[in-house]
Design a binder for this molecule. Structure first.
Ligand code: SAM
Length: 257
């Protein structure tokens, strides 16, 4: 076990209730189109607060959502409680680790929105791909969206616009990211600042540290080859533009060989 990496594992524990406020949902139509192509049930790995699972279930698909953070799961279940019963009953939430799980069933579609990099080492990525294989139907599809390592900044910082959360309070999210090229890790230090909207007084600051693996393109192709998977389609964004070397994303639609 790499002790250095362990500190990054709980990067979603402290601010799950604010997670959805800062997400970009541009990927939802893309995942829905693959749900329409492949059908139910869909396995959503590292499902978080259920952002993608809920969208698929609202559109009539059955989803099994696997996630290992207790607080993300608690937020997911709270949101599920606010859904129409018809939608809620299409989702089965499972607490589990995407690097080691066995649900005892197979799926026509497995997705892992924005989360492949949370398998931080090559060993973990292989374990994850083995689990995916084990849960795919013979002609099943695994969609994985990556942030190609070669296109990530060595250092960056951001501050997002404040979002109102009721009771005269707003929350902002700011952070710094750093690429550790030898370790192939992008570390993220994120701060959520909760303030009084009327006066600007800071009420609370929540600090979180997480990381994702920096996966290079050829490395990803080797990982797939090792796990006897192949890319059947790939895109550079969620509008299905072709993937090119300049693309900020690499979205690979894969199948078992
Ligand atoms: C960036 S969030 C993405 C959540 C969701 N897929 C989405 O797109 O909104 C990453 C999620 O991966 C989860 N995660 C990280 N490592 C995991 C693991 N080994 N097994 C299951 N979930 C994991 C985190 O707890 C977090 O909820």
């Amino acid at each position: 076990m790499d002790v250095e990496l362990e500190k990054y594992r709980r990067g979603y524990e402290k601010a799950a209730q604010y997670y959805n406020l800062f997400t970009n949902n541009e990927d939802l139509p893309f995942y829905l189109s693959y749900a329409k192509n492949c059908g139910s049930p869909i396995l959503d790995l590292a499902a978080g607060t259920g952002r993608v699972s809920l969208h698929l279930a609202r559109n009539g698909f059955d989803v099994v959502s696997l996630e290992n953070s207790s607080t993300m799961l608690a937020e997911f279940r709270r949101l599920l409680g606010q859904e129409e019963q018809e939608t809620a009953k299409r989702i089965q939430v499972v607490k589990g680790d995407m690097r080691s799980f066995d649900l005892g069933r197979k799926f026509p579609l497995v997705i892992i929105p924005t989360s492949f990099g949370h398998a931080l080492t090559t060993e973990e990525q292989i374990l994850l791909l083995d689990c995916v294989r084990h849960h795919l139907l013979e002609d099943g599809t695994f969609v994985v969206d990556l942030f190609p390592a070669g296109n990530q900044p060595e250092y960056g910082s951001f501050e997002e616009p404040a979002v109102g959360i009721g009771n005269d309070r707003t929350v902002t999210r700011s952070g710094i990211m750093r690429s550790h090229l030898l370790k192939q890790i992008l570390s993220l230090k994120i701060t959520f600042t909760i303030s009084k909207t009327s006066t600007g007084e800071v009420l609370e600051k929540i600090h979180q540290e997480s990381a994702v693996a920096l996966v290079y393109n050829r490395e990803f192709e080797l990982l797939l080859r090792h796990s006897r998977m192949m890319i059947v389609e790939e895109f550079g964004d969620f509008n299905k533009s072709p993937y090119s070397e300049g693309s900020a994303r690499r979205i690979a639609v894969t199948k078992m060989i």
